[in-house]
Design a protein around this ligand. Structure first.
Ligand code: PEP
Ligand code: MG
Length: 576
């Protein structure tokens, strides 16, 4: 029977394929007692499941593409080690024998006691390994249940639709190499890093589909409508025809957009706009070139630190930054210093682990508290700056003091590099993300210490409206068109204008063509976005008459409610 479910569409397009369930949080585990003479076989069944998982992990390890981040191999090695560790090889066996229970229940008991001991650990690094323990336990459970809905590796995902309770940014990064047709998660907000990365996969994605895992079974045929945030389970022939036609339409539109690759991003009345790209890894530069973005407006360097044990040293970071700089000679590259914390967890260092990580020791706060983490990155960025047009951008700035501290450290590293005879740009431009309301409100003071601003609307909206960007239950609060958000952006534009400081916008708002006219009318001339969005935004720029937008924008800025703003933006977009 056909069933329609709703979520939040975060990456456009239509995906049609068979469902593969990736995570297993909602699985029911049945407990039953076994007579003593069955226990030997039950232990054998458990050990066979361990062997299956080992074989699957080894097979996955062999098939990792050469260009995948090295850390993926390391992650799989950690999982292999865990399977062989006594916590999994002996603990559940002990439960089977002592409790005379089935292997699934024994594994469940072992998992519970592991969760408890991890929760009691004070070391945040060790605590962060809990995710790996969960993943390994899920793999074993999947093998025990011999249930194909628990693929123990990512190999069988080619051409399928991936469903999960949630995906960490690290998981999503792994998916990049497996040719999935669509992604659906039960949790997640529009600008969670998982959603941002999923957009990077270039596949239709729906998050916040709460009940998807209750109704969708492994191998069900699914249609994922990433434009409307709709899932259709077991569509009938008519629905399939309709969506296949939509798929063809999307392809036609994409072909038309591709023709804009080399066209200038200039409005009808001759206003030039710089369209840059956001990247997570050097590999993303292929996509940047493909759409003709003029440079990198945001390089999220923290992704080099995910999915691995230990930190990349200065040389490894330098090599990564250099790859980006060399991928598009002469193009500007804005390298953002580490923005770890909140939903991006580091596996190998002391990351602030407060109860409210988005408000905790994140980004520049973490870096300033840990020079051993920060200095190698600053040195690597400075060394890369000798080879191209590099800019350094500081995330999550909330005070002038932080900027001063970073500048002092940069100067120190510059002196050190000069003394060592290592080349670097002595006038490296330093800017900051304006993504905390405090930074927007003191933009005038910050401008005296910075060479550019980069407005990060993802966090600016989250912090202004006190709505967690990862939490789909407050998605209705998280609104880019809330008058408070627009007023803060307006204040930043005015302060930057007075100080002649260039402004870029690199949050997801910059890559949504629905907002292009509004942003141009507010004075933005530099937008940075996921490569997949560049051509659509370019078309919106080309269709806009910037002079005519100003009157609209004045009306929009006077609006008192988000709904009113939304209507005005739609009317503005409907004008020719
Ligand atoms: C932002 O907050 O808008 C931004 C671009 O940074 P990130 O999404 O990486 O937090
Ligand atoms: Mg941010």
């Amino acid at each position: 029977m056909t069933l329609t479910l709703n979520g939040i569409g975060v990456a456009k397009g239509i995906g049609i394929g068979r469902a593969r369930l990736l995570q297993h949080g909602s699985m029911d585990i049945v407990q039953y007692s076994l007579p003593a003479h069955y226990l030997y076989d039950e232990v054998g069944r458990y050990r066979a499941a361990l062997d299956t998982v080992k074989i699957q992990l080894q097979a996955t390890r062999r098939k990792i593409p050469r260009n995948a981040p090295v850390d993926i191999v390391a992650l799989i090695d950690v999982h292999l080690m865990m399977v062989e560790d006594s916590v999994f090889s002996e603990g559940p066996v002990h439960h089977i024998e002592q409790q005379r229970c089935n292997a699934e229940w024994a594994l469940h008991l072992q998992r519970q006691s592991l969760v408890k001991s991890f929760e009691e650990m004070s070391d945040p690094y060790l605590r962060s390994r809990m995710d790996d323990v969960e993943q390994v336990a899920n793999r074993i459970l999947g093998a025990l249940l011999r249930d194909a809905s628990h693929p123990a590796d990512y190999d069988g995902l080619q051409g399928s639709i991936v469903l999960a309770d949630d995906l960490s940014p690290a998981d999503t990064l792994l998916l990049q190499h497996h040719g999935v047709r669509a992604v659906v998660t039960a949790a997640g907000g529009v600008t969670s890093h998982t959603a941002i990365l999923a957009r990077g996969l270039g596949v239709p994605t729906v998050v916040g589909a709460h009940h998807a895992l209750c109704y969708i079974r492994h191998d069900d045929l699914l249609v994922v409508d990433g434009d409307r945030g709709v899932l259709i389970v077991e569509p009938d022939a008519r629905a399939l025809r309709h969506y296949r036609a939509r798929q063809r339409e999307v392809r036609r539109e994409w072909t038309a957009l591709r023709a804009l690759k080399s066209a200038p991003a200039v409005s009808r009345d001759g206003v030039a706009v710089t369209l840059e790209a956001n990247i997570e890894l050097p590999e993303d530069m292929a996509a940047v070139r493909k759409v003709g973005a003029v440079g990198v407006g945001l390089y999220r360097t923290e992704f080099l630190f995910l999915n691995r044990d230990g930190l990349p040293d200065e040389e490894e970071q330098y090599a990564a930054y250099l790859r980006v700089v060399r991928a598009q000679p002469g193009a500007p590259v804005t390298i953002r210093t580490l923005d770890l914390g909140a939903d991006k967890h580091l596996d190998g260092a002391t990351v602030g682990d407060g109860r409210n990580p988005a408000l905790g020791l994140r980004a520049v706060r973490l870096c300033l508290s840990d020079p051993a983490l920060f200095r190698p990155q600053l040195r690597a960025i400075l060394r890369a700056s000798a080879h191209g047009s590099v800019r350094l951008c500081i995330p999550m700035v909330s005070s002038v003091r932080e900027v001063r501290q970073v500048r002092a450290l940069v100067q120190d590293c510059q002196r050190e590099l000069s003394a060592q005879g290592l080349r670097h740009d002595p006038a490296l431009p330093i800017g900051a993300m304006i993504e905390v309301p405090a930074a927007a409100l003191i933009a005038g003071s910050l401008a005296r210490h910075l060479d550019f601003f980069s407005i990060g609307t993802n966090d600016l909206i989250q912090y202004t409206l006190a709505a967690d960007r990862l939490d789909d239950t407050v998605d209705y609060v998280y609104d880019p068109l809330h008058p408070a958000v627009l007023r803060l952006i307006g204040a930043v534009m005015r302060a930057a204008g007075r100080a002649s400081v260039p402004v870029c916008m690199c949050g997801e708002m910059a890559g949504d063509a629905r907002y292009t006219r509004l942003l141009l009318g507010m004075g933005l001339r530099n937008l940075s976005m996921h490569p997949a969005r560049v051509l659509e935004v370019k078309r919106a720029v080309q269709n806009a008459d910037v002079n005519a937008l100003r009157t609209w924008v004045r009306r929009i800025m006077r609006a008192m409610e988000a709904e009113q703003v939304s209507e005005l933006v739609d009317s503005l977009n409907a004008t020719s």
